[in-house]
Ligand binder design. Structure first.
Ligand SMILES: [Zn+2]
Length: 171
């Protein structure tokens, strides 16, 4: 453990449940699978995400790019918006993985695939800062030492979130 990051440990999630190493790996497996559906003809960087809802459902997502670059979206937001549009609003964790696509269809994984700032902000809308977990992995083999787990508060400190505006009367 260094710089505030943690390697695979077991944490309590929002509903008091403790995720097991197997559950972390299952979620990561889904995220890796999801990289196959990434649409990334411009960056060639394929990302997969697997979002675990509080009720145990898993919503997966891939990054989807566009010729008009800002119209594209990240894998994490794809997963969140799928889940929320199907009625889920409580979540335990998200696994995120990615890497550069090679000509043979494989992915070259060089590093952890951290969520961008916009995706962290979307997490802040729906997830507990203290309990929601972001699971990252820099190896397809998913060895324990290549998995990092962060709490949302570690990735988005001093966030602007709904508690700052929810008491206002909206038109
Ligand atoms: Zn993002």
């Amino acid at each position: 453990m260094r710089n505030g990051t943690r390697f695979l440990l077991l944490h309590k999630t929002e509903n008091g449940k403790i995720m097991t190493e197997l559950e972390y790996k299952d979620l990561l497996k889904t995220a890796w699978k999801q990289t196959e559906f990434s649409y990334a003809p411009y960056s060639g960087f394929r990302v997969g995400a697997a979002l675990l809802a509080e009720n145990g459902s898993i919503y997966s997502g891939s990054n989807v790019e566009n010729a008009s670059y800002p119209a594209g979206t990240c894998a994490e937001r794809t997963a969140f918006f799928r889940a929320v549009s199907e009625g889920q609003k409580k979540f335990q964790a998200i696994a995120i993985v990615g890497g550069k696509a090679l000509e043979n269809g494989e992915i070259e994984v060089r590093d952890y695939c951290y969520p961008c700032g916009i995706c962290r902000q979307v997490m802040a809308e729906f997830c507990s800062f203290d309990n929601f977990e972001v699971i990252l992995c820099c190896s397809k083999k998913m060895e324990k030492e290549n998995i990092k787990v962060f709490k949302l508060k570690e990735l988005l400190p001093f966030a602007f979130a709904k508690n700052q505006i929810q008491n206002k009367i909206l038109p």
